[in-house]
Design a protein around this ligand. Structure first.
Ligand SMILES: *Cc1c(COP(=O)(O)O)cnc(C)c1O
Ligand code: SF4
Length: 328
């Protein structure tokens, strides 16, 4: 069902066995997938499973989520913390690299686990939820740091929090006088759209400040069916939607795929923002696209699509220098 028809609710597929039983990997691939699962988290929601065309060995949705034994091989130059957040962590769960904005990472769980994730060494279903005391310390840091004008919730995926918890965090941050805007980075609207329910939307409204939601999606087919409904609920609530993608070999590394992706975003009221160069986390080499090719692909969009639909092609500087535009 590659058209995004809902496949019903149900628990995400989290093991090699579950992937095999769902027909998403062949029996011969189960042992290799299990070996990957022993090291990195796996999760494919029922919604995403319904987007995958299992008959196509090059399916661009499957490629993002289905484990591959190549992940257990670390290529030269791949490092465990490619964004080097650690030196910029004033209190647990906070990253403050730019003066006016700081990240809050309340948890490290995601609806799906992307095989190319730059935080793959730390994300997972049972890791990284801040304790009440840690969250309190992080929120107090935001309250006591007047230079910070934007709080950016990331993780993991903040939309994996209960609406009650998300509402409490956003209300607290929204009440801080020097915090002018809030931002949430998430894959939930396209990976588990049913989570974007009335309670979640209310939690965003409850912030009382402008809320920007940056949606991570890499292929046009991720914008279909219930995902479009979820994005419409957010946009209708006054949330400004931004699109974030990673340039990935075999997923969006052609002019046509990239154009289709940004056009799918526009139809969903999502403004393309960043196209990230792949960060060199361990075992992600099969997704790598040379910089010069990426620059040419993004330049190829200019003139073809509205100017505001051309994302900025960026890369994290190794050693914690932050995001920088990639140049040929
Ligand atoms: C990416 C990032 C941000 C947000 O950067 P923008 O360019 O404003 O999207 C903020 N803090 C850190 C540490 C980041 O890595
Ligand atoms: S949703 Fe984001 S943080 Fe989570 S696995 Fe995918 S890329 Fe990593």
């Amino acid at each position: 069902m590659p058209d995004g028809t809902p496949t019903g609710q149900g628990r995400p597929l989290r093991t090699a066995r579950a992937l095999r039983q769902a027909g998403l990997i062949v029996p011969e691939a189960e042992a290799g997938a299990a070996a990957v699962a022993a090291r990195y988290a796996i999760s494919v929601t029922r919604h995403v499973a319904g987007l995958i065309d299992a008959a196509d060995p090059a399916d661009p949705i499957a490629r993002q989520y289905i484990p591959d034994p190549a992940e257990l091989v670390t290529a030269p130059g791949e490092i465990e913390d490619p964004t080097a957040d650690q030196p910029f962590t004033p209190v647990k769960g906070v990253v403050h690299r730019y003066p006016d904005r700081a990240l809050l990472k309340p948890l490290l769980a995601c609806p799906v686990y992307c095989r190319f994730c730059f935080r793959r060494e730390v994300v997972g279903p049972d890791g990284g939820v801040l304790s009440e005391a840690e969250l309190e310390a992080a929120l107090a840091w935001f309250e006591g740091t007047p230079a910070v004008r934007e709080a950016v919730l990331t993780g993991g995926d903040p939309f994996m929090l209960s609406a009650r918890r998300l509402r409490a965090i956003l209300a607290r941050l929204g009440a801080v006088p020097h915090i002018e805007t809030l931002r949430v980075h998430t894959r939930v609207p396209v990976a588990d759209p049913g989570r974007v329910d009335a309670a979640l939307v209310e939690a965003l409204r409850g912030a009382g400040k402008p809320v920007f939601v940056a949606v991570h999606a890499n292929h046009a087919r991720e914008f279909a069916g219930p995902a479009l409904d979820a994005l419409a609920r957010l946009a209708d609530a006054g949330v400004v939607l931004l699109g974030q993608s990673v340039l990935l070999r075999g997923v969006n590394d052609s002019g046509g795929a990239l154009e289709d992706l940004v056009r799918a975003m526009l139809r969903a009221r999502v403004r393309p923002y960043y196209l990230h160069a792949l960060d060199p986390a361990p075992g992600v080499a099969r997704f790598s696209v040379p910089d010069a090719e990426g620059v040419a692909l993004v330049e190829g969009l200019r003139g073809k699509v509205p100017g505001f639909a051309v994302p900025v092609f960026v890369r994290e500087s190794p050693g914690g220098g932050g995001k920088k535009p990639v140049r040929a």
